[in-house]
Write a protein of this length. Sequence first.
Length: 301
Amino acid sequence: MSMNSGVKTHKRHISQGEKRGVGLYILEIVAILVFILFMMPFVLVVINSAKTAKEIIFSPVTLPANWGQIWTNVVTIFNNPSNDYFGAFIDSTIITVLALTVITLFSAMCAWSLVRNKTKWSSVIFMFFVAAMVIPFQVVMFPLVKWFKIMGDFIRIPMLGSYQGITFAYLGFGCSMTIFIFHGFIKGVPLELEEAATIDGCGQARTFFEIVVPLLQPTVVTVLILNGIWIWNDYLLPLLILGSAGKIQTIPLAVTAFAGSYLKQWDLILTSALLAMIPIIVLYLFAQKYIIKGMVEGAIK
């Protein structure tokens, strides 16, 4: 009896192992299919960036006959007199840096204040920030332009078509998620560290910048990458705040300039889109481990 039961147990273990192996193979196949599905748009952009407009229309999914065409398209983009693509690149960089600095700094300070001041009002304010994450942008985009015009006239500082206006807008739309991430991490920071700094004579500002901020490094990197991808690729908010023909232009607005009413220059559109994707892809590849680490630590704490 013991021998038969041992054989049955062994067979059962083999059967379970085979099922687990089959399940892993299925998951791997699904993962490969999902990877191919999500990579196809990027692959199409790359191969069509090395073609002329005529080649794109007649053979959009074939490999280019001359990969050197991509450099010709790049030179054409930067030498285009009707579209300052290099200026748009500089404007996008300035807007992204300003917005990320403001969002990260103010959100970290706000989250720290909400965690350390444990009152009913701090909980209510935090819930308002969380609730703001689910409000669709389309609901507020037209009132946003109206109120920006009114606010600019009131404070005598232009809010439409300016760096300060677009930065302020990104602060409003980006702080909710950022505060939520910082809030979860700061709750796990030992209060004794801040109390020790206070005993040593540190004020609140010094305690925050010298004790709390260094501990937030993984979360800060996560916030910078997530918000950076969004701000760099955003089209609708710059279109509303800056306008399609303003002095300040972002890369997504510059890309649309190649799509005229009657003629769409697909070779220049796709090449300019590829140029816009390269910086953020490189940044993400170098910082992806910090994103996962920061999100996990913030969720656990």
